[in-house]
Design a protein around this ligand. Structure first.
Ligand code: GCO
Ligand code: MG
Length: 402
């Protein structure tokens, strides 16, 4: 088999998605997600200008070799743009291989290790009462795990709180919108949310929370400690994880489990955190961490240190990423949980998929490949629209992490 064409498709059915479609001389094709929220066109150029010409004529069944060729061969390794591009190629090649074998991808990876993949949904509200109500909606839908975020009195807008509850989309402006942040107000308010959720619904569901990189280690230690009575499944991105040593301080103060890694791109970003057992869940997923091939390597390393997977699954990761990730999750021995932010009906229509939700879990389906396709005609009706993630400032105007 030979690769004849590598085509990049950009579509915006409510939000931007970049998809790579690899064609072969045997009529089989595979697709991979290459979406990097707020920087989409950088990956488009990387793929079209540099990667696609090198793929023509290559044997698509040599997935590992092509991965190494793109990683080692470009000299400038790692980084979100490079690794998203490599991921798109890798995902498309696994899709082709599984189609050629007439198997769903999880079978090719080693078969199912579980019946389905536990997912968590996002309950959020502008105040605690609203979030409590939203948590109830998710329990009614059958979710076993729910992430809870709430607006904070005195702060006009904050991460994780959306106007459109089910389809949270933070990249919503042609120019970055500005949020305001107060750590003091956040630290006072957040434990009250979890106290009320547990008081209302008891302890039958897993609860999760995303700090979104905003605290210092000692503040994160304090938050983790104050949340211990509510037994969270995890506290996510409690500090910006550039400096791994920060996590030692957090660990000294709390046994609330920690999840990190949605913005990591390679096993090297994860290595020290995993081998020092400074996290409990690794958040890397297919599109931003080099595809199925590389995610397998990260998960294998994690398995040696009791770290489980918790793949990123926000709306800016396309259904193609979700389909690939679910096949991976159904197989991976040290599975933890999968994030599941639902896509809008427009997005689901552009990306017909075999995966389905039942009783708080997703199954990737049994279609050969990863089970997700793209309707190109429909995709063409939604042209690219520039959209930025917000930026964040302290109340005195100082820039801080969003
Ligand atoms: C999450 C994430 C996302 C990110 C988004 C940025 O845990 O779901 O933090 O909501 O903010 O993916 O593009
Ligand atoms: Mg997150």
């Amino acid at each position: 088999m030979k690769i004849t064409k590598a085509q990049v498709i950009v579509t915006c059915p409510g939000r931007n998605f970049v998809t790579l479609k690899i064609h072969t001389n045997e009529g089989l094709y595979g697709i991979g997600d290459a979406t990097l929220n707020g920087r989409e066109k950088a990956v488009v150029s990387y793929l079209e200008d540099y990667v696609a010409p090198c793929l023509i004529g290559k044997d698509p069944e040599r997935i590992e070799d092509i991965w190494q060729y793109l990683y080692r061969g470009c000299y400038w390794r790692r980084g979100p743009v490079t690794m998203s591009a490599i991921a798109a190629v890798d995902t498309a090649l696994w899709d082709i291989k599984a189609k050629a074998a007439d198997m769903p991808l999880y079978q090719l990876l080693g078969g199912a290790s579980r019946d389905s993949v536990m997912v968590y949904g996002h309950a959020n509200g502008t105040n605690i009462e609203e979030t409590i109500e939203e948590v109830g909606k998710y329990t009614d839908l059958g979710y076993k795990a729910i992430r809870a975020q709430t607006g904070i009195p005195g702060i006009p807008s904050t991460y994780g709180v959306s106007k459109d509850k089910m389809f949270y989309e933070p990249a919503d402006a042609e120019f970055p919108s500005e949020n305001v942040w107060s750590t003091e107000k956040y630290l006072d308010h957040t434990p009250k949310l979890f106290e009320k959720i547990r008081g209302t619904y008891g302890f039958d569901h897993h609860l999760l929370h995303d700090v979104h990189h905003r605290l210092t280690p000692i503040e994160a230690g304090r938050l983790g400690k104050s949340l211990e009575p509510y037994r969270l499944f995890w506290m996510e991105d409690c500090v910006a994880a550039d400096n791994v040593e920060s996590l030692k301080l957090v660990r000294q103060h709390t046994v609330t489990p920690l999840a990190i890694g949605e913005i990591f791109n390679s096993v090297w970003d994860c290595k020290d955190m995993i081998t020092n057992q400074l996290i409990d869940y690794i958040r890397t997923t297919v599109v931003h961490a080099g595809g199925i091939t590389h995610l397998k390597q990260i998960a294998s390393l994690a398995s040696l240190y009791h770290v489980r997977t918790g793949c990123h699954g926000a709306t800016d990761l396309s259904p193609v990423c979700m389909g690939a990730s679910l096949n991976f999750n159904l197989w991976v021995p040290n599975f933890g949980i999968q994030e599941y932010m639902r896509h809008t009906p427009e997005t689901d229509e552009v990306f017909p998929h075999a995966y389905s939700f039942n009783k708080g879990a997703l199954h990737p389906g049994n279609t050969p490949g990863h089970g997700v396709d793209i309707d190109e005609k429909l995709a063409a009706k939604y042209p690219y629209k520039r959209a930025y993630l917000p930026v964040n400032r302290l109340e005195d105007g100082t820039m801080c992490n969003w």
